[in-house]
Write a protein that binds this ligand. Structure first.
Ligand code: F6P
Length: 459
């Protein structure tokens, strides 16, 4: 059956992301939730990777329809290793998170990435109609637009990169650095999370002799113009606030006056978890003896476990957690609770609401929507404090948080102390400002502003 038509202008919206919900349930989690939101409003087609299989034929397999259609493209086991674990998560991810030291470069893995990008482009080309908008998500598909152009597809194509953009020095570590600007230039709009990312992308483009900057921040490259703009991603704040309000009180078996600090992250070296644990350790060593004993609850479900760098960070974190509790715990007190298993979103919303402070302290992060979810979940009468790293994209919008440098243990631990003792008045003021921002620039604002911009482009 043909995919249903729906109005984004006169065409459909076609979204591509690596992850796609395989069932009809409303997806949880940043990117997939955002795409669900965009497509529920606009209708259209969502394309994502199928589970790896023995053979990968061209074309799309329809896996669901409702407000919009969902379909998968096939990948083999070997492509999963090369395209996903390899080039996407052992080259682009560390490089774009300012960790060139963690790069694991392999020619064959890049070949797998390019092959998957070509297959995705062919799949889109087989279904696209002239007025459709194509919206590519994230670093897994940097070459798709260029492949589409090579297939003669003239549609409007947007890219949104959910992770940071590398600076011009780090980017030199990418073997394909010379091709990067031609990949970008195949889109009409390149969307990034922050102004800092736009600055980095512009600097990288400036090093390309073929790229010429035009008035209004546009670029011209080989007869195509394109724009690099920031669209900070938001959350469905209203829905998350309701979830938090309705959540039952989590039973943590803490004393009533015990401050609760919370962190929720995928277990990733970019999240600064070791530095966070060490700052808490420093706080524990220096805290005033009469103060109530704090508990720091860190939820960190592992991901990408077949990549060596992820195994290493997991081991390091376990050692650090053990040594902190060894040094500070008492018969009736475990200061650090480190939970690796998956915790349901509703329960997390309730935990955010109960927490006195959240530690959102990545070393590098595209946006970090935990910061926004924590704010949305708070009780405005007695709100908790957000401790936020300068290096989270969210810091550009959320400067009413306690902004910290996660590399500087002492000032980080001072911020923990300050959060725990912050007077109600100051907490309310900061929260009010943060809340307004989170509710105003929510997920609807993000999808609408990106798509409005993309549909204005003349095809
Ligand atoms: O930060 C980029 C991102 O795509 C997030 O949107 C998402 O939470 C995460 O990476 C998913 O990673 P993976 O699909 O590899 O588990």
């Amino acid at each position: 059956a043909p995919f249903s038509d729906s109005p984004v202008g006169t065409g459909r919206l076609i979204v591509v992301s690596n992850r796609i919900p395989k069932s009809n349930e409303v997806p949880a989690g940043g990117l997939v939730n955002a795409m669900h939101e965009a497509l529920t409003g606009a209708g259209g087609l969502w394309i994502g990777a199928a589970d790896p299989s023995e053979q990968a034929l061209d074309g799309l397999t329809r896996i669901g329809s409702g407000d919009y259609d969902r379909a998968t493209f096939a990948i083999t086991e070997a492509e999963h290793i090369g395209y996903y674990l390899g080039y996407s998560n052992s080259v682009l991810w560390p490089l774009f998170h300012h960790r060139p030291d963690l790069l694991d470069i392999s020619e064959s893995e890049f070949e797998a990435y390019a092959a998957v990008n070509r297959r995705v482009a062919r799949a889109i080309a087989s279904t696209v109609k002239p007025d459709d908008l194509i919206w590519i998500q994230d670093y897994h598909f940097l070459m798709v637009a260029q492949e589409l152009r090579a297939l003669g597809i003239a549609n409007r194509i947007g890219l949104f990169l959910h992770i940071p953009f590398p600076n011009p020095t780090d980017v030199m570590a990418l073997p394909q650095v010379a091709a990067l600007s031609s990949w970008l230039a195949a889109h009409d709009i390149v969307g990034l999370q922050t102004m800092r990312d736009v600055t980095s992308a512009n600097e990288v483009l400036r090093h390309d002799p073929k790229a010429q900057v035009l008035r209004g921040g546009k670029w011209l490259r080989e007869n195509r113009t394109f724009s690099v703009l920031s669209f900070p991603i938001g959350i469905d704040a209203e829905k998350f606030a309701k979830t938090a309000e309705a959540a039952r009180k989590p039973d943590l078996q803490l004393a009533d006056d015990a401050p609760l600090l919370i962190g929720v992250d995928r277990l990733d070296y970019s999240k600064g978890l070791v530095q966070r644990f060490e700052a808490f350790d420093d706080y524990l060593s220096r805290r005033a003896k009469g103060d109530p004993r704090p508990t720091f609850l860190q939820i960190a479900p592992p991901s990408r476990e077949d990549v060596a760098a992820y195994q290493e960070i997991r081991e390091e974190l376990e050692r650090t957690a053990g040594s902190i509790n060894g040094a500070h715990a008492d018969l009736d007190w475990t200061p650090l609770r480190y939970v690796r298993r998956h915790v349901d979103r509703d329960l997390i919303a309730g935990l955010y609401r109960r927490a006195d402070a959240a530690l959102v302290t990545p070393l590098a992060d595209g946006m970090n929507i935990v910061a926004k979810e924590f704010v949305a979940a708070q009780d405005a009468e007695d709100p908790g404090v957000l401790i936020l790293s300068h290096f989270a994209g969210a810091a550009e919008q959320m400067d009413a948080a306690l902004l910290i440098n996660p590399f500087d243990k002492r000032s980080f631990s001072d911020a923990i102390d300050r959060a725990i003792h912050m007077p109600l008045e100051e907490r309310r003021e900061r929260h009010q400002t943060l809340r307004e921002g989170v509710f105003e620039k929510d997920i609807r604002w993000w999808t609408d502003s990106f798509l409005a911009r993309l549909s204005q482009v003349r095809p």
